[in-house]
Write a protein that binds this ligand. Structure first.
Ligand code: NAP
Length: 291
């Protein structure tokens, strides 16, 4: 039986800037359901763990109908769940939790949201068949893992550049297998320069927070020192501001790109589908996020 009033929430810290309540309230309205989406800021540490476990109990008891999880808890929650979807297990992070038939499941909607929004662009049009397209991911945290998993599952090759090379190597080791290889790089001009002298990425993804409000002048790309690879599409997961310093520089160099707002909407819509079984209006959610 459907609840008369849905209760959803987001666990993370800090949560001041979150667009999620507006997105989910628009989703609820678009399918004619009543409910609320609460922000639950929980700092890391042992007190925080008790608060998260309490929320998970509410999810099991049916008092809460769905939870999102963001930084710094996307990995913390994993041991307390009964099962992970294949994408959550592979990307090592859960951003969507639901309870069904006595089982508490952790899913990751970032990876499919990234892929479906990328597919809506014509990034690969005109590329020669045969050789797999190449994605260069900047950053090696949770979002980089989801993006790398998504690209590899769609048959891409991936290189990951992180300011701590060790982090890029860990990600590469996790995903490199018999039929796929991830190249780890240092996120520094000499290392990128060397890589680009013999590789032509089709896609550059910013999976670092660089460029986000309030430090809008920052960019993960060593501008002026390393030219952008011609013809690459630039996907910045940051969505605030809408045109980041990276996107501005890429456009000035003649490259096309997009920000992370469509992915934010899609990952929320997919979470909403897991919780309610209903497909919300993406345009209504996008409109809510923009206003
Ligand atoms: P995360 O797990 O904390 O990872 C962040 C990555 O960026 C790490 O590799 C980190 O390196 C690196 N980094 C941080 N500050 C840096 C700096 N000053 N210079 C170079 N590298 C730096 O965070 P996440 O969950 O992956 O999120 C990353 C970004 O993606 C955030 O801005 C988030 O809002 C965005 N995101 C957007 C969507 C969407 O739907 N549009 C979804 C998920 C994430 P260290 O570990 O060395 O700090």
């Amino acid at each position: 039986m459907k609840p008369a009033n849905y209760s959803f929430g987001l666990i993370g810290y800090p949560l001041g800037h979150s667009l999620s309540p507006g997105l989910h309230e628009a989703a609820l309205r678009s399918v004619g359901l009543a409910g609320e989406y609460r922000l639950v800021p929980i700092p890391p540490g042992s007190e925080g763990e008790a608060a998260i476990q309490d929320l998970l109990e509410q999810l099991r008891a049916g008092a809460v109908h769905g939870l999102n999880v963001t930084i710094p808890h996307k990995q913390t929650v994993l041991p307390w769940l009964d099962e992970l979807t294949p994408v959550a297990r592979a990307s090592g992070a859960a951003n969507t939790l639901f309870h069904r038939k006595g089982i508490l499941t952790g899913d990751n909607t970032d990876a499919p949201a990234f892929l479906s929004t990328l597919r809506e662009t014509d990034t690969l049009n005109g590329k020669p068949e045969g050789k797999p397209p190449l994605g260069l991911v900047l950053g090696a945290g949770g979002a980089a893992r989801a993006v790398s998993y998504a690209l590899l599952s769609a048959g891409w090759s991936v290189a990951v550049a992180a300011r701590r090379f060790e982090q890029a190597r860990e990600l590469a080791d996790k995903f490199t297998g018999a039929d796929q290889r991830v190249t780890p790089l240092a996120l520094q001009a000499p290392s990128l320069d060397r890589f680009l002298s013999s590789n032509q990425p089709d896609l550059i993804v910013n999976a670092t927070p660089l460029g986000m409000e309030p430090r809008t002048g920052a960019s993960p790309w060593p501008d002026g020192r390393v030219p952008f690879p011609s013809g690459a599409f630039v996907y910045d997961l940051v969505y605030n501001p809408p045109e980041t310093a990276l996107l501005r520089a890429a456009r000035a160099a003649g490259l096309r790109g997009m920000n992370g707002l469509p992915m934010l909407v899609e990952q929320a819509a997919l979470a909403f589908e897991r919780w309610t079984g209903l497909s919300p209006s993406r345009p209504a959610m996008l409109e809510a996020a923009r206003t």
